[in-house]
Design a protein around this ligand. Sequence first.
Ligand SMILES: Nc1nc2c([nH]c(=O)n2[C@H]2C[C@H](O)[C@@H](COP(=O)(O)OP(=O)(O)OP(=O)(O)O)O2)c(=O)[nH]1
Length: 137
Amino acid sequence: MKTVKVVAAIIKAVNENGETIIFATQRGYGDFKGGWEFPGGKIESGETPQEALKREIIEELDTEVSVGELMDTVEYNYPQFHLSMDCFWCQIVRGNLVLKEHEAARWLTKDELNNVEWLPADITLIEKIRNLLSMTR
Ligand SMILES: Nc1nc2c([nH]c(=O)n2[C@H]2C[C@H](O)[C@@H](COP(=O)(O)OP(=O)(O)OP(=O)(O)O)O2)c(=O)[nH]1
């Protein structure tokens, strides 16, 4: 099976109650249309994962992010391909998260993470994020 290398941004911020919130986007097109995901996309040849992620976030959201620690690498078998997805913690440097390709977006607290229909590959990742956020606050 072919492997598709993807990078995704777990963009983190803090809301007015001091809770950590995470930015989720809904796919606007393609096979997974309507599913929720972390913004990002395929790594192009010659790019580091971090470079690919910065490029994708500018393309998709017109926003510059700083790419922090690798949170997890998701390995998931879809019927048509194997997904290998590096997920990095990110913070906004400048920009207003303009939805250029996505249908919708939401900021979610840890208790709201289950309120959207995540893509199949993201389910275990969401559990890990919830656990991490529960330990901090
Ligand atoms: N960005 C992103 N992609 C995800 C997530 N979960 C998940 O299964 N994917 C899958 C969906 C796609 O098959 C692939 C992402 O590649 P992409 O965003 O370039 O997808 P695409 O097929 O729309 O790209 P394109 O060829 O049209 O440019 O990874 C996620 O959380 N974020």
